[in-house]
Design a protein around this ligand. Structure first.
Ligand SMILES: Nc1ncnc2c1ncn2[C@@H]1O[C@H](COP(=O)(O)OP(=O)(O)OP(=O)(O)O)[C@@H](O)[C@H]1O
Ligand SMILES: [Mg+2]
Length: 260
């Protein structure tokens, strides 16, 4: 039988214990059984995934195995989306945006896009980027702090779009990096009992890839690559007694969007 081609891949990476957990009596609860099954260490539950990664896996391997094919398809004109899902502190921002010694999916995607452009001599590309966050159900432009609570509109030709969102034309990876840094300074991040730098909003970095053949017949294509770092869902009990009403209010919206 011919192998069924899938367009969605779901993978899980087990997070190593962090400093706080190492100092406590916490233990890792799950282990990789094989490339496709994650299993409880002290129990019998098992869950299948397209790929399972153990705590020693670097994000660059996730990028090569899972993300690079999505980016290649975007360069050919197909829409793509990469996002991380999981409870607070599970490593979504670490995976998407990276940390000091561990570049995330987003910076690696930017490098891959521009290296593809350099090699594709028969095509011309135009790259536009936008960066928004969804905070308590309001869409805020991370590239322009005056643009809060943006509205959605449906356009017959282009589908759903965000009215008035900043879209910057970018011609180099450095330029995109500066946009990411700018957006980073505007993000809603706060300390919670699980994560010192917890994302309190869902953030979407969107790269629009427009391309046309520079030879022969004109062949235009437009694709969107959405790189999403969700805010972590968390148990309602966590915030009830100790945390501020702001954290509790945010949590209600985060969990609501998380379960759609
Ligand atoms: N695979 C990993 N290897 C090493 N450190 C990690 C890994 N994943 C996460 N961490 C660390 O764990 C902490 C929490 O990770 P992160 O902020 O990415 O969680 P999150 O899922 O984005 O949480 P939230 O939903 O609260 O935003 C960070 O200090 C991060 O550097
Ligand atoms: Mg986060």
């Amino acid at each position: 039988m011919e192998k069924k081609e899938e367009n969605i891949t779901v993978a899980v990476r087990i997070r190593p214990l962090n400093e706080r957990e190492l100092k406590s009596t916490a233990e890792i609860a799950w282990e990789k059984k094989n490339n496709n099954i994650v299993k409880e260490i002290k129990g019998t539950r098992e869950f299948p995934f397209d790929r399972v990664y153990d705590p020693s896996t670097h994000t660059s391997q996730l990028f090569n195995d899972l993300a690079s094919q999505v980016i290649n398809k975007c360069m050919e004109g197909y829409n793509g989306c990469i996002f991380c899902y999981g409870q607070t502190g599970s490593g979504k921002t670490f995976t998407m945006h990276g940390a000091k010694k561990s570049p995330g999916i987003v910076p690696q995607a930017i490098e891959a896009i521009f290296s593809h452009i350099q090699q594709a001599v028969q095509k011309e590309f135009l790259i536009r980027c936008s960066y928004i966050e969804i905070y308590n159900e309001s869409i805020n432009d991370l590239l322009n702090t005056n643009s809060l609570n943006l509205q959605l509109a449906e356009d017959r030709r282009n589908g759903i779009k965000i009215v008035g969102v900043t879209e910057e034309v970018c011609t180099s990876p450095n330029q995109v990096q500066s946009l990411l840094l700018l957006g980073e300074t505007h993000k809603n991040i706060a300390s919670t009992s699980f994560n010192q730098r917890s994302s309190r909003a869902h953030s979407i970095f969107r790269v629009i890839v427009e391309s046309k053949n520079s030879f022969g017949k004109i062949d235009l294509s437009v694709a969107a690559l959405n790189l999403i770092d969700l805010a972590g869902s968390e148990s309602a009990n966590v915030h009830t007694s100790t945390a501020s009403t702001t954290r509790t209010r945010e949590m209600k919206y985060i969990n609501r969007v998380g379960f759609i």
